[in-house]
Ligand binder design. Structure first.
Ligand SMILES: Cc1cc2nc3c(=O)[nH]c(=O)nc-3n(C[C@H](O)[C@H](O)[C@H](O)COP(=O)(O)OP(=O)(O)OC[C@H]3O[C@@H](n4cnc5c(N)ncnc54)[C@H](O)[C@@H]3O)c2cc1C
Length: 384
């Protein structure tokens, strides 16, 4: 095993695989590709219930909210193992994490964070601003008495139309009553001046919408922390979030290598099997090398995080390398599988779409490369 994990984590991996076979696979037939699809709602509840009983659901949730708060290494093992099952229902195995509301206190904690953790209210995240003709002044707010009045648009809010509230990154204008700066603000869906654009689907099957804020009014007590802390809060947990994406990408690459092995060793109409051909072996060997390297990076980063290191840079490196690896591995698997792989409903067809989006969601590969250079050049972070 390239990752060489202690026995209890090897056992965790086996438990995930067993749980997926026994509890998730029977639910799989009715599940749609789109995570937010209405027909998935009952499946989501059933998976959450089973996962709670099996002890996986709370791994992503702090103890203060009744979770079991697994460390980064255990979470990496579990996330990778769930992804390596390639079951759609596995996406619902973990409970919602606190995200940017992590340190919310008082009313924000009682009315938003706690119901979010219990699964009673749904949140979505509004960070990305529009580009092209819709680009304008990035979302901003002015103080008005006890309120903030917000204007702007967020371009790509996943699960936005199913959410009860949004965590929005914006700029507050400086005025006589206080300083300006970035702020993370909780905006209720039914607050005055809030509307949603039509739903749109991304290649990977996800549903998103625009969040439109036109003189939207929210109390200043909806600011998470203080004005000036917005960007820092947005990026607060980003290293570990990207580690989560990396674990998913790594699991996808593992499943794909395994699938390819079965594919190329079965009888082929040309006689023998494809694995008898040297060129096919070369492609498969290259695939295995790439998966091995990606997993090595993933687990090195997870160990650093487990030791308490802020993996802002290493998380970015792991995310870029694993997602790009998954992209190449799935692409090669499609090629070796042939036309069958491109038929709607084939597992590789869905994965092909998903791995493409992983190189943009949670940070575009190109920008993360720039961030990695900046981390070392300007902050002496992320030594090799
Ligand atoms: C499936 C999916 C789910 C998403 N969910 C959410 C969500 O819930 N909430 C949310 O807020 N956002 C979400 N996003 C948006 C995502 O965060 C952005 O797509 C991503 O950050 C890239 O930003 P962008 O699309 O505006 O592209 P841009 O920032 O315009 O970048 C496009 C490309 O331009 C180039 N580029 C841009 N800037 C630079 C630079 N400074 N130097 C060099 N090259 C550069 C790079 O090649 C980059 O890939 C989601 C995206 C996807 C695909």
């Amino acid at each position: 095993m390239p990752e060489h994990v202690p026995p209890e984590l090897a056992e965790l991996r086996e438990r995930v695989a067993r749980f997926a076979e026994e509890e998730l696979r029977p639910l799989e037939a009715g599940a749609a590709d789109d995570e937010e699809a209405p027909e998935n709602r009952d499946i989501r509840k059933a998976v959450a219930e089973r996962s709670r009983r099996a002890g996986f659901f709370g791994m992503t949730q702090p103890r203060a909210f009744g979770g079991t708060e697994a460390g980064p290494l255990a979470l990496t093992v579990a996330r990778e193992a769930f992804a390596a099952t390639n079951l759609r229902t596995a996406r619902y195995a973990f409970g919602p994490g606190p995200g940017v509301l992590r340190q919310a206190e008082g009313r924000l904690r009682a009315e938003y964070l706690e119901p979010l953790m219990r699964g009673e209210r749904y949140a979505a995240w509004g960070f990305t601003e529009p580009s092209g003709p819709e680009a304008g002044r990035p979302t901003w707010a002015v103080r008005d008495g006890d309120d903030l009045v917000i204007n702007g648009r967020k371009a790509y809010v996943s699960g936005g139309s199913a959410a009860d509230f949004y965590a929005v990154l914006l700029n507050v204008d400086e005025d006589a009553s206080g300083p300006g700066g970035t702020a993370m603000v909780v905006v209720d869906r039914d607050a005055p001046g809030v509307s949603l654009g039509p739903d749109f689907r991304s290649l990977d099957g996800g549903t998103h919408c625009q969040l439109i804020l036109h003189d939207a009014r929210v109390p200043q007590t909806n600011i998470v922390g203080k004005v000036g802390e917005g960007m820092q809060r947005g990026l607060g947990n980003i290293g570990q979030m990207r580690l989560g994406v990396a674990a998913r990408a790594s699991g996808i690459a593992m499943w794909t290598a395994d699938f390819t092995q079965k594919q190329i060793t079965q009888p082929h109409r040309a006689g023998g099997s494809l694995s008898d051909r040297e060129q096919v072996r070369w492609i498969f060997g290259n695939m295995l090398m790439e998966v091995y390297a990606a997993r090595s990076v993933l687990y090195r980063t997870a160990r650093l995080a487990e030791d308490g290191v802020d993996v802002m840079n290493e998380g970015a490196i792991a995310k870029v390398l694993t997602t790009e690896t998954a992209g190449r591995v799935v692409d090669a698997a499609v090629q070796l599988t042939g036309g069958q792989a491109l038929i709607e409903g084939h597992p590789l067809a869905s994965l092909y779409r998903e791995v493409r989006s992983l190189r943009l969601a949670e940070g575009a590969s190109d920008l993360l490369r720039l961030n990695v250079a900046r981390g070392l050049l300007e902050f002496q972070a992320g030594r090799v």
